[in-house]
Write a protein that binds this ligand. Structure first.
Ligand code: FAD
Length: 502
């Protein structure tokens, strides 16, 4: 069960941690997210170190399909079921910028990249409406997608959404280049150094590792799913496992990158090698721990491939998992809203090659006070933000901070101005009284499954916490509802006020 990307992986090796070090920023996790974060921080002149439990790229990044695509199966339509078009546009713009960064990095470091069209296809007629929704969502967000019916593929299909000019690569090439880049900049990288915990000591964080302690001012957790049991991420991420294999195939096979819109998911792409092209086929995923037939899922990939590509023989087989966010957007920002010293990046829903880079850029922007360079729609929003014009929509103030940056904790600098004026008018305790009168913190958006709260354009403090944290809206609305009903405060809220901050 070795991934094709790892069997001859080329990253340089690094020693384990020598304990007792002090550093400005520690990045935990040596996948694409952690290494890009470390590189960008080093470029900004920040003293940074990387701690990796295993080998660099040895977990999800070394087990991907390696597609660098803005057409991400049905991500756009799924995001659109929960968020508005502006959020979707911001998500895709952040991914587009990340894709450009990654392709530029590959070009600068002679990393082979193949350009290919990406397809999201329907296996049955029932999935055609899903394709239509994806087409509409991506088009609305400015992607030049098109609906095609004739695919030159030997497996059954009922049409596809196609986006030209996407890319694919071996992510371990990028990991190797990033590792060499970090080493050349003198960034300490420690492999085989598992972080077991973190404690706060004064204004510093002490990382407890299997080889001793490391003290850092700021910690970035780029560990796939956050390793610290804080922030409730176990309830906000669904780990999903997938299976893949690389096949030798007699004769020709499709040269595009395909993924099905409907289950069981099938994902395909060619892999150029020195000894001819291989065909990568993956899918048949499931929630982690939700099957007793893991082997059957893996075998299904082989059976399906051999049915549609007679003579195909698997030469590498592997499985891997990634984390699906319940609110459909990645979580990028503080682990807990009041602690800016421990940051996380997670929830890439199996599209982390661009999302991981986007997260790294957003986190580094947050730490250095320089938001990433923005393009297209995001740039317009940023300009509005710089001018300080929160817009008024249906009588409500609406935060114009781009969604992806908002998730990373950036705030509209002048958005507070009208609220400060209102607060002055109301006098001490007035804001609380006003909220109690309204009965509930009004929330603009909420994750699926927590429907039924009044929507509004108002971006409340608690909503900001929810944005950073992805907290279910119902949870943050509860104390206000209780106050409105004259009942006691939420017990957690009272306890939180009394308890010393970690
Ligand atoms: C089957 C599959 C196919 C995919 N295909 C694609 C694709 O085609 N395109 C795409 O964009 N995305 C794809 N993805 C998603 C993408 O691969 C991931 O989102 C991305 O690699 C995540 O990178 P990461 O750096 O955040 O996490 P990882 O690569 O998992 O890196 C996290 C690192 O943290 C380390 N770590 C964990 N705990 C500790 C600890 N306690 N102490 C120290 N270190 C620790 C791990 O060892 C690991 O190296 C796919 C995912 C899967 C599962």
């Amino acid at each position: 069960m070795t991934s094709i990307w790892l069997h001859d992986a080329r990253p340089p090796t690094f020693p384990p941690l020598d304990p007792g070090r002090r550093i400005d920023t520690a990045v935990v996790g040596g996948g694409i997210t952690g290494l890009v974060t470390a590189l960008l921080l080093a470029e900004e002149g920040i003293e940074v170190a990387v701690l990796e439990a295993d080998r660099l790229g040895g977990v999800t990044t070394g087990h991907t399909t390696g597609k660098i695509s803005l057409l991400q199966a049905t991500r756009a339509s799924r995001i659109r079921t929960v968020h508005d078009d502006r959020v979707l546009r911001a998500y895709l713009d952040a991914n587009r910028e990340a894709k450009q960064w990654l392709l530029r990095y590959c070009a600068d470091h002679d990393i082979p990249v193949q350009t290919a069209p990406a397809y999201t296809y329907a296996q049955t007629e029932r999935a055609v409406p899903i394709l239509r929704a994806e087409l509409e969502a991506t088009r609305k967000a400015g992607l030049p997608t098109e609906f095609v019916t004739d695919l030159d593929v030997p497996f059954p299909h009922c049409g596809a959404v196609r986006l030209d000019g996407q890319a694919q690569f071996d992510a371990m090439d990028a990991i190797a280049a990033l590792a060499r880049d970090l080493a050349a900049r003198g960034v300490p990288v420690f492999e085989h150094t598992r972080v077991r915990g973190l404690r706060r000591e004064g204004d510093r964080q002490t990382l407890d590792t299997e080889h001793g302690d490391l003290s850092a001012h700021t910690v970035v957790l780029a560990t796939g799913t956050p390793i610290l049991d804080r922030g409730g991420f176990f309830a906000r991420l669904e780990p999903q496992r997938s299976y893949a294999a690389a096949f030798t195939v007699p004769g020709d096979f499709p040269t595009g990158m395909y993924i099905s819109a409907d289950a069981p998911v099938r994902t395909l792409r060619p892999i150029p090698t020195d000894r001819g092209d291989l065909l990568l086929v993956g899918g048949t995923g499931h929630g982690v721990g939700r099957t007793e037939r893991a082997r059957a899922h893996a075998d299904d990939v082989v059976r399906w491939t051999q049915r549609h590509f007679p003579g195909a023989e698997p030469v590498f087989r592997w499985s891997a998992q990634d984390y699906h966010p319940i609110a459909e957007l990645p979580y990028v920002g503080p682990l807990l809203p009041w602690n800016d010293r421990v940051l996380v990046a997670t929830g890439f829903a199996k599209w982390g090659l661009t999302n991981g880079v986007a997260a790294a850029r957003a986190l580094v922007g947050r730490l250095t006070g320089k938001p990433p360079h923005l393009g297209g729609h995001l740039r317009q929003l940023a300009a509005a933000r710089a001018r300080g014009c929160a817009d008024r929509h249906e009588g409500q103030w609406r935060c114009r901070t781009p969604a992806f940056l908002r998730l990373a904790g950036f705030r509209h600098p002048r958005r507070a101005a009208p609220r400060r004026a209102a607060r002055r008018r109301r006098g001490p305790g007035g804001a609380q009284r006003a909220r109690a009168r309204r009965g509930v913190h009004r929330l603009r958006r909420h994750p699926p499954g927590v429907r039924g709260l009044p929507a509004s354009g108002r971006h409340s403090h608690l909503e900001r916490c929810r944005d950073v944290l992805g907290l279910p809206a119902a949870r943050v609305a509860l104390p206000a509802r209780r106050r409105a009903a004259g009942g006691p405060r939420h017990p957690l809220a009272a306890r939180r006020r009394r308890a010393p901050r970690p």
